[in-house]
Design a protein around this ligand. Structure first.
Ligand SMILES: Cc1cc2nc3c(=O)[nH]c(=O)nc-3n(C[C@H](O)[C@H](O)[C@H](O)COP(=O)(O)OP(=O)(O)OC[C@H]3O[C@@H](n4cnc5c(N)ncnc54)[C@H](O)[C@@H]3O)c2cc1C
Length: 273
């Protein structure tokens, strides 16, 4: 299916950095080794049935009681939702404060009160499970709060750059790999007594794709370099995500066409991209 299950990029490149950057020394020592060993598989719970883009209006609540919090609410579209045993969960600890009333928790998905809905059927990424999750009076110890109370929005925005970069790098690599596969295929496939690669139209199309991808690669590499010193702004990350996903989209479509009817058949990896 062209993707691994579980979604390791989410687990390792998006969720783990939240814990590394915002966890206390005790939290990191307690949580990270389990993530590295794979004993804990992580998910992130932001989106709710009522909406995802308008994150500051999320409804899942966390209420402080005695030595912990009581969580109530529902999340949807959660990648790793069925196989994860931990979730980084966005909740409201103060409804009157809007975005400033959000707090993050590291929640055990095997705790009492957590239930999992159906595995949602998707157009792509079929090997990965995407699920609804429900929280009914789930008790979470106070030491499982990541960052200060009501500091969740700042924590989430801090992760935006990494999330955008992960998508950009993946899109770049998918486009590069698709071109490689298409060159190999068209050199092997014969029609009208010559290879598909030998048609001038094929060479024009491949040359254009290679030019677009090679022109973008230095931009992606520069962003990776800047990220090493944390100098990628959310705006720059948005630019690299936008340009790489659009090029990848066009390249994949062209590459699929150059495979003829086989491009539509699941057996070939170009169809599964
Ligand atoms: C495969 C998959 C995996 C996912 N994994 C996760 C996960 O692991 N964790 C998680 O929390 N979420 C996950 N999501 C959810 C994803 O983050 C949301 O789908 C996304 O945030 C959009 O929210 P929504 O679907 O509620 O769309 P809506 O917010 O309802 O948006 C609907 C449409 O309105 C547009 N729109 C919204 N606001 C505006 C605006 N202000 N101006 C103009 N247009 C606007 C949107 O662009 C969209 O086209 C996943 C989704 C998918 C499909």
């Amino acid at each position: 299916y062209s993707v691994a299950a579980p979604a390791w990029d989410l687990h390792g490149y998006i969720i783990a950095p939240f814990l590394i950057r915002h966890g206390t020394e005790e939290q990191k020592a307690s949580w990270l080794p389990h993530m590295v060993s794979g004993e804990h598989i992580a998910a992130i719970g932001l989106t709710e049935p009522g909406g995802g883009s308008d994150l500051k209006n999320l409804n899942t609540s966390a209420q402080l009681e005695d030595d912990g919090y009581i969580i109530n609410g529902a999340k949807t579209f959660i990648t790793n939702g069925h196989i994860a045993n931990r979730i980084l969960l966005a909740t409201k600890t103060d409804r009157s404060l809007g975005a400033k009333g959000i707090s993050m928790f590291w929640v055990n998905l095997n705790a009492d009160g957590v239930s999992r809905g159906r595995n949602l059927k998707k157009i792509g990424n079929k090997a990965q499970d995407t699920a609804e999750l429900f929280f009914d009076n789930v008790k979470v110890p106070a030491e499982c709060r990541l960052g200060a109370e009501n500091d969740g929005w700042r924590i989430l925005m801090d992760g935006l750059v990494r999330e955008r970069l992960v998508v950009a790098i993946r899109s770049m690599v998918i486009a590069e790999a698709a071109i490689d596969k298409t060159i190999t295929y068209t050199k092997e496939r014969k029609t009208f007594d010559q290879t598909v690669f030998d048609f001038q139209n094929t060479k024009f199309k491949l040359a254009e794709m290679v030019a677009n991808v090679e022109a973008l690669r230095p931009f992606v590499d520069r962003c990776i370099e800047l990220q090493l010193t944390e100098d990628v702004t959310p705006e720059l990350a948005a630019k690299v995500k936008l340009t790489t996903t659009e090029v990848a989209d066009r390249v994949l479509d062209e590459c699929l066409q150059l495979h003829g009817g086989y491009g539509y058949i699941w057996d070939l990896s170009i169809a599964r991209n």
